[in-house]
Design a protein around this ligand. Structure first.
Ligand code: TRP
Length: 333
């Protein structure tokens, strides 16, 4: 191995990514391949902590894998795989579960939110979700983990679990650091700009999916909720316009002053159209590449097979050592 730092991240296969996932996360992962060794997986194990329809999960997992590639992750340069193909994650998960406290897991806000949302299915997997996430990261001794704000608490817990393991069994795991990308951290709903953009929103116009076609994208932006003024300016209280400006800025690279100048004297209608077109154009290559990949199942299979082999090679070494540390008799095979 070279001396580049190692990045690990994962995304759940819950249908197409949103513009928020794209700008806030996935879009930034491609460029990281220049500077870091990168490992990314599709977190299908995490996905089943809430009910999934099996055929749909399989389809979504493959689609998420192809989407990661379409968004610029190169399976030759990075390790790109499907989480359930590397059983090492689950092997390590058990050790970590035994080093995670009930109280710690109970304090996770995502657990509280999700158990409220699905009161009929508060399963043990949902509860121990963060220790599996810690296992994902620690099985590779990753240095950096790009995560959104909603996953920061889980990453903190991963560090605490690693630390506890190290105290008990001697220094072993690296403590992973969050890798926060500066721009576009949070994209809000187009229908209620005080809420995060989410694909589970009942209102389809609230959310841009990265595989939406150009007409759909432009139409959703045309319907975006703004305010009763008519000035394209980034200001307190103008949540809708602020959100559109931040999206426009993310996809064009223009700063707010330049955007204000560009639309001085023009109405919201012109601005919304411009944002919609800019977003649609920037997603065009992703859509085209995705369509090509998803129709080439043999190539996808070849990529995720090689990815899983590489992932297993690294993680099995680390997990075997962890098993030895806790006092298990070394595996005979
Ligand atoms: N829980 C993350 C999410 O929902 C996905 C994830 C699973 C992850 N394992 C991970 C993210 C490890 C970073 C590192 O977004």
């Amino acid at each position: 191995m070279d001396d580049k730092k190692l990045i690990f991240s994962a995304i759940q296969p819950t249908g197409t990514f949103t513009l928020g996932n794209y700008i806030g996360a996935v879009r930034n992962w491609g460029p990281l391949q220049e500077q870091y060794n990168c490992i990314y997986c599709v977190a299908d194990l995490h996905a089943i902590t809430v009910k999934q329809e099996p055929a749909k999960l399989r389809q979504n997992t493959l689609a998420a894998y192809a989407l990661l590639m379409a968004c610029g992750l190169d399976p030759e340069r990075s390790i790109l795989f499907i989480q359930s193909h590397a059983h090492t994650h689950n092997d390590l998960n058990w050790l970590l579960c035994c080093n995670t406290q009930f109280g710690e897991l109970s304090r996770m806000t995502q657990f509280k939110d999700k158990s409220q949302k699905h009161p009929d299915d508060v399963n043990a997997g949902l509860f121990t979700y963060p220790s599996l996430m810690a296992a994902d990261i620690l099985a590779y001794n990753a240095d950096l983990v790009p995560v959104g704000v909603d996953q920061k608490q889980h990453l903190e817990l991963a560090r605490n679990i690693a630390q506890r393991f190290n105290q008990r069994y001697g220094d072993f795991f690296k403590l992973p650091e969050p890798y926060i990308t500066e721009v576009g951290a949070k994209i809000m709903s187009l229908q209620d700009p005080t809420k995060k953009m989410s694909k589970s929103d009942e209102n389809v116009n609230a959310c841009i999916l990265i595989l939406d076609d150009k007409d759909t994208i432009v139409r959703k932006f045309k319907r975006a909720v703004t305010d009763s003024e008519a000035e394209v300016a980034f200001r307190e209280g103008k949540d809708g316009i602020n959100n559109l400006m931040s999206i426009y800025s993310c996809v064009t690279g223009k700063d707010y002053a330049a955007i204000e100048a560009e639309f001085a004297g023009k109405g919201y209608g012109d601005f919304k159209l411009a944002v919609g077109e800019a977003v649609a154009d920037s997603l065009e290559p992703v859509r085209t590449e995705f369509a090509r990949l998803i129709n080439d199942k043999a190539y996808l299979k070849d990529c995720y097979t090689k990815g899983a082999e590489k992932a297993m090679k690294i993680s099995s070494r680390i997990v075997s050592k962890a098993y030895h540390k806790v006092g298990f008799v070394d595996r005979p095979f």
